[in-house]
Design a protein around this ligand. Sequence first.
Ligand code: SF4
Length: 63
Amino acid sequence: MSDTACAKCAFFEDHATNTGSTAESEGLCRFNPPVSQPQADSRGLWPVVSPQDWCGHFEREAA
Ligand code: SF4
């Protein structure tokens, strides 16, 4: 796994989903606000990422 993988990022919420259920092998990226609100009365969604994903906004978790 990369040293800059989501699993090691301060913005990764492990095992979380947009529906409040528990995910085995994915989580939510909390770097940005929820996105893609399809209709005015529906909720925006947090991006779902895997622990092995990565991006340029990576920030290491505090020790
Ligand atoms: S997508 Fe980027 S900012 Fe979000 S958890 Fe992964 S590395 Fe961190």
